[in-house]
Structures are given as C-alpha cells and as structure tokens.
Design a protein around this ligand. Structure first.
Ligand SMILES: NC(=O)c1ccc[n+]([C@@H]2O[C@H](COP(=O)([O-])OP(=O)(O)OC[C@H]3O[C@@H](n4cnc5c(N)ncnc54)[C@H](O)[C@@H]3O)[C@@H](O)[C@H]2O)c1
Length: 316
C-alpha cells in the first residue's frame, strides 16, 4: 500500500482518487476550488455504488470505508506530505501546470514520483530541474474506474526504473498499462481518436451526414469488431492484400487538420455543450447528469464484464 496524493479533484481527479483507493492505497485528494473538493466525496460514492452493484468492488466497500481511504484535504502541502506518488490532474493549461510543478518541487518528499495525467501537453519542459528525474506521464481514460488503459511515458530526464515502478503499481490494481519508450504526444488511443474527430467534423461541416448517421455507423459497424479484434488483428482477418489495395484505390482525400468546426461552434453558441447541459448533438431530456453518467457506467460495466468473459482474439 502506498501513500498517494491526487492534485486536482475535477472530472478525472476524484475518479483517480477512487481508483487508487480501490487498488488498496491510502489517498489524499486536493483542489484549489473548495466547491470542487466538497463535491468529490458524493461523486466517488455514486461511482462506487455502481461498481458495487455490478460486483466490481467487494462488499466491504461503503461510504464510510471510502471516506477513510480518500481524505479530501484543502491544503496542497498537507496533501503531498508523506506521499510516495503524486498524481497531477489539474486543468490542461501549461501556465497552471508549470505553477503547480514549482509548488510541488518544494513540497514533495525527496523520492516521491510525480505522474501527470495530461491529455495533450508535453509537460516535461514545464517541470523544474529538481523534479525532472522523477516525473512521468501516466495518462488515464475517463471514467478511469471503468477504462483500464494507462499510457505511461518517461520524459527525456526521467531516471531509469521510474516508469517501471509506476507500471507495477498500476498493473497491481488490475489496470492495463502501456509503456512508451519516450514521449509519444497524444499516445496511441488519443491519436486514433483525433484522426476520427477530423473525419467526423469534416462530414458534419460539409453537411454530408447527421450526428445520428455517424453514431449508427460506429455502433453497428466499427463497435462490434473493435472490442474483440482491435485494429491490427482486424486487418489480419480482413487480409492484408485488401488493406494494400484499399490504400492504392483511395477514393477520397483524408481531411486536412483544422483548428475549428462550424458545426461544433454553432452548438456551443446555442449552449448545447453536452450531457452536463442536458443537450449537445442529442437531447438528453430531463434526466440529471448524475443519472445519465450512472446509466452510462452501468452499461459500460455490463459490456466490460461480457468482454472479459468472451476474451479477445489474440495473435502472438
Ligand atoms: N476529462 C477527460 O476525459 C480527461 C481524460 C484523460 C486526461 N485528462 C487530463 O486530466 C487533467 C484534468 O482534467 P479534468 O477533465 O479532470 O479537468 P477538470 O477541469 O474537471 O478538473 C481540473 C481541476 O483542477 C483544479 N485546479 C486548477 N488549478 C489547480 C491548482 N493550482 N491546484 C489544485 N487544483 C487545481 C480545478 O479547480 C479543477 O477542479 C487534464 O490534464 C486533462 O487533460 C482529462
């Protein structure tokens, strides 16, 4: 059992605190917004209830045990004092991250490891010299109590063994770490998602399809195969000759990267920002965001359990 500090208690931070607690660690969670920190125990308890109902958390977990395992601490200094691992999950802004790392240098134990959950930033130039040897990226997917993938990247100055140590901690919690030899910006899964995003916004902005057409194509097409075959094994089953021919016959040009989408901008202007606002591409009716997240979690858990029983098609 390690002493783990989680800095930032937003969408990812509170969920990461729950993951580490369920993994057997003693966690302290902080946020510089008191309201966010106050909201965290309720959100963790809701997620825990969903996991317990699905049999994914043992019966001894309840609200009381959770509040003993994750302490919400207003002060950053008290949060990181004594922690062996500091998980950084603050907003994705270089200026904020840089300032937090400066503070952490003064506050962290001399051997403690800093693991950033950044999605897209190369954080290593933001890290002060005194922390570089023990800083890595450990990037999780939301919700991290359901998604097992954790991308692990060392920085150019990270000491050998640091990534492997975090990989072992993560793997011991039943998660699926993927270790990159160096910083791979965007990792694999986020790069694939980004490529899909480019196609999605081109199709929408050119008025070729509706959001429903996109989700129907994914849910009834891509989604069935990916959980069993991934992408590379699927290519083997398709046959690599057809893959080669498909590249030669290219019937349309891949989208040029753009930094905006008219469709997206219009929805945001109308206040349609997603489930938290009750509407985005789709209308989510009168259900609260909590109820919608719970339903999503229940369905994802049912799928995860079924996939665990089925198992992937794994080549050597
Ligand atoms: N949202 C996702 O799906 C997702 C997935 C993977 C990784 N990430 C990454 O995780 C990190 C956090 O993202 P999020 O979605 O949880 O954001 P969020 O906005 O929900 O939470 C960030 C929290 O950081 C807090 N914060 C800001 N400055 C702080 C400081 N100086 N000290 C302590 N707390 C501070 C904010 O008050 C906020 O509660 C980002 O780097 C993001 O790229 C997000």
């Amino acid at each position: 059992m390690a002493d783990v500090a989680v800095v930032g208690a937003g969408l990812m931070g509170h969920a990461l605190a729950l993951v580490f607690a369920l993994g057997g660690h003693q966690v302290r969670l902080t946020d510089n917004n008191p309201e966010t920190l106050e909201r965290a125990p309720g959100l963790m308890a809701t997620a825990l209830a969903t996991l317990s109902q699905a049999g994914e958390a043992d019966g001894t977990w309840n609200r009381q045990r959770l509040s003993a395992a994750v302490r919400c601490v207003p002060s950053l200094a008290d949060t990181v004092k004594g922690a062996e691992l500091v998980v950084e999950a603050v907003v994705e802004r270089p200026d904020v991250k840089r300032a937090v790392y400066e503070q952490l240098l003064a506050l962290m134990e001399p051997d403690a490891i800093l693991a950033s959950n950044t999605s897209n930033l190369d954080i290593f130039p933001l890290v002060p010299e005194g922390l570089k040897a023990r800083t890595i990226i450990a990037h999780w997917y939301t919700p991290p109590y359901l998604c097992d993938l954790v991308d692990l990247c060392p920085g150019p100055g990270t000491k050998p063994g640091v990534v492997e140590h975090v990989r072992d901690i993560v793997a011991a919690m039943g998660k699926a770490p993927v270790v990159f030899k160096q910083m791979v910006q965007g990792y694999v899964a986020n790069r694939l998602q980004a490529a899909m995003q480019l196609e999605v916004y081109r199709l929408l902005d050119e008025g070729l399809v509706t959001p429903k057409d996109i989700d129907d194509s994914v849910l009834h097409g891509l989604a069935l195969r990916i959980p069993i075959l991934g992408i590379m094994a699927k290519a083997d089953f398709t046959g690599l000759l057809l893959m080669q021919q498909g590249m030669k016959n290219r019937s349309y040009t891949p989208p040029v990267p753009r930094e905006k989408s008219e469709t997206l901008d219009k929805l945001i202007e109308e206040g349609r920002t997603g489930v938290m606002a009750g509407k985005g591409y789709f209308d989510w009716g009168d259900r609260s965001p909590e109820a919608l997240f719970q339903e999503r979690d229940r369905k994802l858990l049912a799928l995860k359990q079924a996939l665990r029983a089925i198992g992937p098609m794994e080549g050597k």
